[in-house]
Design a protein around this ligand. Sequence first.
Ligand code: ZN
Length: 204
Amino acid sequence: MSLLMPTVYFSSGFIISFLFPRLPIILVTRGKGFNTSFPEHPDPIPLSPKLTQRVLHMRMIYWMGFVVATIPLLFGLASIKWGNAAFGFGLWISSGWYILSRLQTFVGGQKPPWTLGMAQRLQVVMDDAKSEAKCCDNPLPQWDIMAVSCTTCSKVLDAMPRPDLGRKRLDGFFLGTTRLLLSDGYPIISSDEDKRSEVDDSEE
Ligand SMILES: [Zn+2]
């Protein structure tokens, strides 16, 4: 047997299990009904309990991908043992890599794009807007690409870049999906908008 077929099998296994655990984030959240309460991508989103809830949903779906990734992992192992070894190896390598990279979170690696802390910070900004600490008389906090800021007085209330929030992306399904696969949902600092200049770094 030539080397071509095993390579094709390996690649297809690899690609399938690369996409598989990422499907929930790509498909589940882009639906129309899922996004009626938010402005269209990439407009800023006003802070609301709905937005906080969305961050928590994205977080849940993110960790769901972790569970989903065990499916191609097990299929890969089965395929190595009883089926096409190259295909199984592709499946196995890709989903194993996915799981390992997610596990890094627990040993001090990069945090997930959506965290509980993020939802809490949004809540703090919302609480502040109603308290004595508010930035101006009529605070309207909104989450833009680079930070949470007030629509009325444009004060930056929390320098937290905005991750993907499951809205249908402006750049269409294929480009949007590609971008999402490359960024894995993390805030895209260097592209999208022109106001990146004043931002030094994404603090996790
Ligand atoms: Zn204000």
